[in-house]
Design a protein around this ligand. Structure first.
Ligand SMILES: [Zn+2]
Length: 246
């Protein structure tokens, strides 16, 4: 897939990197990514992927913009209150980069949904959808990039149990819905932390697409925004896992 002169100009800073280069930009152009959740994590993730020239991006979200979202969902403006997030975000992506084919799926994601992405991005805020996505990624042999943020901290991981037999899935790490599961509207979250998580999810997807660096497969990046420290936990496959165990 060749690049025209406008695309070469647009992506020059990526072309200059030996880990991406022209072939990497061409791989990004050929890539298909499904982002589930158009909120605080999905917004920055989608914007960075569109800016990087990911060819097809699908946005799943059944929600509309609320005034209380604007403290962190910086892809939306005050005038967007009441409008559908999937429609608004997909229009933002096309405005940012007309080469991107952005598709809005303004519906609730479920286990019956059929996302087209080769990479699934979990930018949701509920465990029901996370678990459905994890099972789908495992059964259909796709990568799952998953992120979460709460209060001052965030986490990002890549789950590849459907791609590599020795990689854990999300439910090796979180087998059941945690009893203390809390939604961010109940506990609060710093907007800038959600931006860090969203940008890190985009970064992981870009590495998977271009095939450079080390994706966070079997590892969990934990960002502590309050102390400015981050650490990486090793995650192992659980042989008794209800999704990927033998
Ligand atoms: Zn598992």
């Amino acid at each position: 897939m060749s690049l025209n002169s406008d695309q070469i100009e647009r992506h020059k800073r990526h072309i200059l990197l030996k880990e991406i280069g022209g072939p990497g930009v061409a791989k990004l152009k050929a890539a298909k990514v499904s982002i589930i959740g158009a909120g605080a994590l999905g917004g920055p993730c989608a914007l960075y992927l569109a800016a990087a020239g990911v060819g097809k991006i699908e946005i799943w979200d059944d929600d509309t913009v609320d005034r209380s979202n604007l403290q962190r969902q910086i892809q939306f403006a005050d005038q967007d209150i009441g409008r559908r997030k999937a429609d608004l975000l997909s229009a933002r992506l096309t405005a940012l980069n007309p080469d991107v084919r952005a598709v809005a799926r303004p519906q609730r994601f479920s286990e019956a949904s059929t996302p087209y992405g080769d990479i699934l991005i979990d930018a949701t805020d509920n465990f029901e959808t996370r678990f459905a996505l994890n099972r789908m990624a495992h059964e259909t042999g796709r990568y799952l990039v998953s992120g979460a943020a709460s209060r001052w901290s965030g986490q990002v991981g890549v789950y590849a149990s459907g791609v590599s037999p020795d990689a854990p899935c999300y439910q090796c790490f979180v087998p059941d819905m945690p009893p203390e599961a809390e939604a961010c509207d109940e506990v609060g979250v710093v907007g800038a932390v959600t931006g860090m998580v969203g940008a890190n999810m985009a970064l992981e997807a870009i590495k998977l697409i271009v095939g450079s660096g080390e994706a966070l497969i079997g590892r969990l990046l934990i960002i502590d925004g309050l102390t400015g420290e981050s650490r990486v936990l090793k995650l192992r496959p659980n042989p008794d896992c209800s999704v990927c165990g033998q």
